[in-house]
Ligand binder design. Structure first.
Ligand code: MSP
Length: 650
């Protein structure tokens, strides 16, 4: 079928907790595919979002003494922050509490009820709130969730429920599965789905008693719609089903639907396609179930204290390496996709991340780019020389690598794609070593030298174009260093990977290492270490002296300090700033300084910052501290001098 649009979806995440590195994995996988398809010139809709109508979301809100809607609203920015830190460029972000979604879900429910695909019945069996899943007594052995990733205590449910006639679709589903190899990926997961379906699909309960949270069953508000029935429909909402016919025609069906193996068989490969069959809507083209991550060998869990969040990890890796946060984020994306063959489970550890950072990025990739550009500056004043002979072996290696990447990504094999790119990186590095441009230079063989540098630079350019979907910021930085216009993401894939496209006369940028090597002697222990002195690029805008003059910075003396109830990072300080009355300042330094060691200390205070209420306390200024890897270090005037409180700092 001719396709207008590459539509790719992540599952929508439960909003009860901030997404961790495991959830981030699903999202990064989709972002890479979305970027790759955009680079190929296709229209892409990449959708992600949050699953908000779940019982467990209501329970967490209640446990936090919060109104459920207020709670889910407060979670949205936290999700977006994590995705932003990983450079996730989604086109649509759907929340299931949005009107567009609620309307669609209710219309679908009514339609299926009217056509007798949904009927009223009664349910008696187990329910797992954590997985939001119904289990039959035969699936349960010991009152705990049969999902090995969950194993939480189950609730026995006996209530009037609406049921979806899933059993009706069993044969058609089996036929679709067996006649469409490649529909379910990786292949070995298809067998699991076929076995599950053959074992018999029972009608699925699709409502719960209305406890005040969820989408009400239209016309029977004693019930709310079962959260999975509601959540799966998000994919139709994004595509404009029943709302925007044109958009729906352009977008549907999804090209790739990505998810973890835990929600593959039961929900996405059986219930979901059966719902679509009942609606008479085309099935997704491909359903993909990835493996699970553990951290340091353990299941990711709050109680184990091993939860890794992308945003913090980015900051830590940036601190360790001195790379910019965006480059650090790229390195994490690279690690996640390279470390395990797609589909299998993987174990995350900081030492493995640092290992790959140094070997694959700083050494292999960094070397190819860095030494080639450095030699270009040294031997040709930074200008790409004309080429006489294209190296055929390199040209063929580049063509093979590009074809391999295309093939691997069409088959959703991320690590294979990266291996192909790194094969070309190695070929480039080997080529430089074997042709020894430094010797050619010494011997005055200018034409040969020009050829070698051209071929090496061209290899680096093609590698850069190919890594772009995986590491967009680093690729852009590399593109700039190569002196190329635009950005690799908007250079059509087919042109970008064509050997010989680099124009002689192109002026290269300076050869700064994009991935500064991490000193592993300092990182042998897994806790964060003070970074090596960073060369800070100018990240904030330059300001004029007049703007600086607006700041009222003063020396202040701490008169008293105390903890703020319920806030383990904050201290309330009373400070003398040379005025009649002391001021109150709230400072986030409680993890680094105890109240007792602060009294009497002189500090530096920004005195004209607009007052702000923090945990109910009005802060009338901000103390200044150095930020060393998240650790606050107080600034103080020269201890040998007696600087009075209120003295101006300029
Ligand atoms: N809300 C449902 C999905 C509804 S889609 C219609 C849900 N949400 S989730 O937040 O629990 O999980 C979302 C994704 O994160 C799933 O793809 C899940 O497999 C993935 N992961 C959760 N923990 C993970 C790991 N430890 N490792 C890899 N992926 C993990 O399920």
């Amino acid at each position: 079928m001719a396709r207008d649009c590459f539509y790719i979806t992540t599952p929508i995440y439960y909003v009860n907790a901030v997404p961790h590195i495991g959830n981030a994995y699903t999202t990064v996988l989709c972002d890479v595919l979305a970027r790759y398809h955009r680079q190929r010139g296709e229209d892409v809709i990449f959708a992600t979002g949050t699953d908000e109508n779940a019982l467990k979301v209501r329970e967490v809100a209640a446990a936090n003494n919060q109104d459920t809607q207020a709670f889910v609203d407060s979670m949205e920015p936290l999700f977006k922050e994590q995705w932003e830190s990983l450079e996730i460029a989604y086109d649509d972000y759907i929340r299931t509490t949005e009107r567009r979604h609620i309307e669609l879900v209710q219309r679908v429910f009514t339609k299926l009820l009217e056509q007798d695909d949904i009927y009223l019945g009664s349910y008696e069996g187990w329910y797992c709130v954590s997985d939001e899943t119904f289990f039959t007594p035969s699936e349960v052995t010991d009152e705990t969730c049969p999902n090995p990733e969950c194993r939480r205590k189950l609730t026995w449910v006996k209530e009037e429920n609406y049921f979806f006639r899933l059993s009706r679709y069993q044969d058609r589903l089996l036929e679709h599965m067996t006649q469409n190899p490649g529909w379910l990926r990786p292949d070995y997961r298809a067998n699991e789905v076929i076995a599950f379906t053959k074992a018999g699909l029972k009608d699925q309960s699709v409502s719960r008693i209305n406890n005040g949270w969820g989408i009400p069953v239209p016309g029977d508000e004693k019930h709310v719609i079962y959260v999975w029935f509601d959540a799966l429909l998000n994919y139709l909402t994004v595509a404009g089903y029943l709302a925007d016919e044109d958009k729906f025609r352009r977008t549907w069906p999804p090209s790739v639907q990505m998810m973890g193996k835990d929600i593959f068989v039961r929900f996405h490969c059986t219930l979901w396609p059966a719902m679509l069959m009942a609606l008479g809507v085309e099935l997704p083209e491909m359903l993909v179930g990835h493996g699970f991550w553990t951290v340091d060998g353990d299941k990711i869990s709050k109680s184990r204290g091993n939860v890794v969040y992308a945003k913090e990890l980015v900051a830590e890796l940036a601190g360790l390496s001195g790379a910019s946060p965006r480059v650090a984020s790229d390195a994490i994306r690279y690690f996640l996709l390279r470390e395990v063959p797609f589909g299998l489970d993987g174990d995350f550890s900081k030492s493995a991340l640092v290992g790959r950072f140094n070997s694959d990025l700083a050494n292999d990739l960094g070397n190819l780019l860095n030494r080639t550009i450095s030699m270009l500056h040294r031997y040709f004043g930074g200008e790409v020389p004309p080429v006489r002979t294209i190296d055929e072996a390199l040209r063929d290696a580049a063509a093979r690598a590009a074809a391999e990447v295309d093939d691997a990504l069409a088959g959703i094999q991320f690590s294979r794609a990266l291996e192909a790119i790194w094969g070309l990186v190695s070929a480039g590095n080997r080529y430089v070593e074997q042709s020894a441009p430094w010797t050619l230079h010494r011997e005055g063989k200018e034409t040969e030298l020009a050829d070698v540098l051209y071929n090496a630079l061209e290899t680096a350019r093609i590698v850069t174009a190919m890594v772009n979907p995986f590491m967009p910021t680093s690729a852009l930085e590399m593109w700039r260093q190569l002196g190329l216009d635009g950005d690799p993401g908007s250079t059509p894939w087919s042109d970008a990977v064509k050997f010989g496209a680099l124009k002689p006369g192109t002026k290269a940028g300076s050869a700064d290492p994009v991935f500064p090597r991490i000193d592993t002697r300092r990182t042998a222990k897994s806790e964060p270490v003070t970074p090596p002195v960073k060369s800070h690029k100018q990240e904030k805008p330059v300001i004029q002296f007049d703007e600086f003059k607006k700041l009222d910075i003063r020396i202040a003396k701490i008169i008293a300090a105390e903890k703020i109830e319920g806030a383990d990072k904050l201290l309330k300080l009373s400070v003398d700033v040379g005025e009649d009355d002391p001021r109150t300042v709230v400072a986030g330094i409680a993890q680094f300084y105890g109240p007792d060691e602060l009294t009497g200390r002189r500090i530096v205070l920004l005195a004209n910052l607009a007052p702000a209420k923090i945990r109910g306390v009005e802060s009338q200024g901000m103390l200044l501290a150095a930020d060393v890897d998240g650790r606050a270090i107080l600034l103080q005037p020269d201890p040998a001098q007696d600087t009075p409180a209120g003295a101006t700092v300029r």
